[in-house]
Write a protein that binds this ligand. Structure first.
Ligand code: FE
Ligand code: FE
Ligand code: MG
Length: 167
């Protein structure tokens, strides 16, 4: 822990660590949801969607890396037990039990929308109080916004293909 680095934070550090651990838990669940979804997926445009889901999985894991780095830097304790991920995460875990492309896309779009909300709130909480965490939250938010649009574009193409294919 860096003492001066911690001292300059203009908010309750325990509350900040709680928000960071919640986001950290959420990233691991998102990682798994994407990673397994990419393995079990079935249906039209499968190859394009697998490529995107697989890339997003690695990007979610990288978000977890950024968050755990900040938690440790602040002298906090990252949640160590995966069983606590569900209770801490602000976002739901949607198991890829139905492997149809459209279902997986819808589940992951909902996940991204929750992630966007989470990082917007983390930015609001740290604005003018903790520039370092604010900057990390912005970096992640930019990628979550990109993820949502990637998935919604794929969904749009899939919907077009299905509707045109039926006429
Ligand atoms: Fe993420
Ligand atoms: Fe994402
Ligand atoms: Mg992408």
């Amino acid at each position: 822990m860096g003492t001066m680095g911690r001292k300059i934070i203009g908010m309750d550090v325990d509350e900040l660590l709680r928000l960071l651990n919640a986001a950290y838990a959420s990233e691991w669940l998102a990682y798994h949801q994407y990673w397994l979804g990419a393995k079990v997926i079935k249906g039209p445009m499968k190859d394009a969607v697998v490529a995107e889901l697989t890339l997003h999985a690695t990007e979610e894991l990288n978000h977890a890396t950024l968050l755990v780095g900040r938690i440790i830097q602040l002298g906090g304790a990252p949640v160590t037990d995966p069983r606590r991920w569900f209770e801490l995460s602000p976002c739901a875990y949607d198991a890829p039990d139905d492997p149809y492309v459209a279902v997986l896309l819808a589940q992951n779009i909902a996940g991204e929308q929750c992630a966007i909300d989470t990082y917007k709130k983390l930015m609001d909480a740290t604005k003018d109080k903790d520039m370092v965490t604010y900057n990390i939250a912005l970096t992640i938010l930019e990628q979550e916004v990109e993820h949502e649009e990637d998935l919604q574009s794929l969904k749009e193409d899939l919907d077009l293909m299905v509707s045109r294919g039926n006429t």
